[in-house]
Design a protein around this ligand. Sequence first.
Ligand SMILES: Nc1ncnc2c1ncn2[C@@H]1O[C@H](COP(=O)(O)OP(=O)(O)O)[C@@H](O)[C@H]1O
Ligand SMILES: [Mg+2]
Length: 415
Amino acid sequence: MRTRDLIEGVLNKSSVFKSKEKLYPEYIPPELPHREKQLRELALLFKPLLTEPGHISQRVLLVGGIGTGKTVTARAFGREFSSLAKSRGINLEYIHVNCYRDRTLYTVISSIAKQVGMPVPTRGLSAQEIYLGLLEFLEDENKYIIVALDEFDYFIDFAGSEAVYFLVRTYDEYPEYTKRINFIFISRNTLSLSKLDPATESYLLRNIIRFEPYTAKELYDILDSRRNLAFYEGTVSDEIISYIAEIEGRDTGGRGNARVAIEILLLAGEAADSEGSPRVTLEHVRKAHITVNPDIAILYDTLFYLQLHEILFLLAAIRTLRRKQQPYVRIGEVEEEYRNVCEEFGEKPRKHTQVYEYAMNLKKLGLIEAKTSGKGYRGKSTLIGINAGPLEFLELKVLDILNKKIGERVHGRTH
Ligand SMILES: Nc1ncnc2c1ncn2[C@@H]1O[C@H](COP(=O)(O)OP(=O)(O)O)[C@@H](O)[C@H]1O
Ligand SMILES: [Mg+2]
């Protein structure tokens, strides 16, 4: 193929994405479903900055696990709140510092100074001196700031209790200054605060806003709004969104991490593009899931140690799911397929109660998902799904192992 044609081919290739960057971690969406309560609390706590600027130096602590929306909520709040302040004639700026990158008092303070546009000599000054310069600078410019110290746990570990104390007690140290610096501390858990002296700890715990892991329903809403921003209409079905939400939902066995959920959606879209598929399928999601969750690859190594009939049941589940093209199928359907599979491999099928036990073992091992049917199904029944990687790939793996196991046995018999 001519080089030009080749390149043009790539350029003209259609994509499921209309705006992929809407799925990148640094993107701040226009709405944050299920973080309304946290945003309201922030607004309430920082309201005095608008009504009586300079009267208080506010400190708020955001606490929650990874991917619960702490960073994006702080940034979105900071962006809107400072813009509202400006429209009321208050010169307020939001500053975000990542303490994973800037872990010492010196680098944190330098970063704040740089972001407010204060000229800082590159060497010769101590952290305290720069901070004093910052207080002066804010005074001169008549400026207020909200500083978010994100990944604050790292700052506590690296900079230590003294440094935290220094920041928190700014206006006790320098009472002659107007209170212009406010803080949002962002931390994974309150446990890391116990490394501080008790006075500072209790000080930080005064205004605390918690971020709980997301449920499947909440993740559904988050993914739904991202899908509409990032994908062309009709390329990602509701079923795909709800499947990802259930993989990651706190109440459905996941970690409740929105970052991972969005990343799965992104990678699934990329998988669809790379196959030239006009639509994102469940297989694309499974493929994406294994990429973000390398533990699954380790699961594959455990396949070999399963009992023969557990593997036969797993194969039946894979085939039923592939045939039906649904995220979940009834256990009864899998059992029917299991009998076919047994026949194929010359095995006597086990009884129903035994088969149910195989299913529960596979669930415990993380190879399949099992849940009770909800609405949309007639009667109550156990539903079986598989998130662990593309089914096509998994089927090959399972067949390979079955052939080895059964081959071995046949081999053993002849001797
Ligand atoms: N409520 C929400 N609505 C929309 N997107 C969200 C929401 N919560 C989290 N996200 C997205 O999920 C990802 C992880 O969120 P982030 O704020 O980085 O979590 P944390 O800082 O708690 O680890 C980001 O891409 C963020 O935009
Ligand atoms: Mg974060």
